[in-house]
Design a protein around this ligand. Structure first.
Ligand SMILES: [Zn+2]
Length: 119
């Protein structure tokens, strides 16, 4: 359970104290999240090689589709128009984009570089 809190809290996978992201980003201000190169506490390097986070795009896709399905199932109970639901899903995906970016990278880091891994 603490792993889930560390992922959501964006903590370093090795020491669980340092922050992975320097800036959370804000889609309304057109600012993307900014990662730290190294952990501020244990100096663990987050990006092992160029393209290390390429796979996190697939994780982000899965997370975004899961959000869309859950939103559709809930919205379908209250809204009759599919067009309205599709527009709302588009707005949801834009609003959640910076969260999905950070969450998918955190899942990727913890899958490949968690505390039990010796990379
Ligand atoms: Zn650390």
């Amino acid at each position: 359970m603490s792993v889930l809190f560390n992922i959501l809290g964006e903590k370093c996978p090795k020491c669980e104290k340092g922050k992975v992201f320097a800036e959370k980003g804000n889609i309304f201000l057109l600012r993307l999240p900014k990662m730290n190169a190294n952990c501020s506490h244990c100096h663990h390097k987050f990006e092992k090689e160029p393209g290390y986070f390429f796979g996190s795009m697939f994780v982000s896709y899965v997370v975004a589709v899961a959000e869309m399905i859950v939103f559709f199932l809930i919205a379908n109970l209250f809204i009759d128009s599919y067009l309205t639901i599709v527009v709302l899903i588009g707005i949801l995906s834009i609003v959640m984009s910076t969260f999905n970016f950070r969450f998918s990278r955190m899942l990727w880091i913890y899958m490949l570089d968690g505390k039990d891994k010796n990379i």
